[in-house]
Design a protein around this ligand. Sequence first.
Ligand SMILES: [Zn+2]
Length: 117
Amino acid sequence: MGDSGALRALRHRQHRNGDHSLCSPGRCPAIAPLSEAAPEPTKAPLARPSGPPVRMPVISGEVDGLRAAVEAEFPPGDELSRQIALRLVDLAGGGGPASVQAVRALGELVAAQRDPR
Ligand SMILES: [Zn+2]
């Protein structure tokens, strides 16, 4: 890329004045070559515990809300479904994979309760 003499003169003059907007990377020490320009900020790897990957412990307050919702959803008339649902609530409060499974099963139970086939 051949610069005209005028451009080169302008660049030189601006360079001496501290304006490096026309300077070429690699030729002007004020402009870092592209390969060295602004190194990517090293992304700190997400701190991941080496234990079980997914753990969704349900804190007791959430279980209480879940229990109340289940009791409203399953009226005492349907004792079997109600007991199963309440048992699943207990399991959901235990944490760990069993808790996740219990919540899922509870969801299916509620779906069946609302949409009996
Ligand atoms: Zn410069």
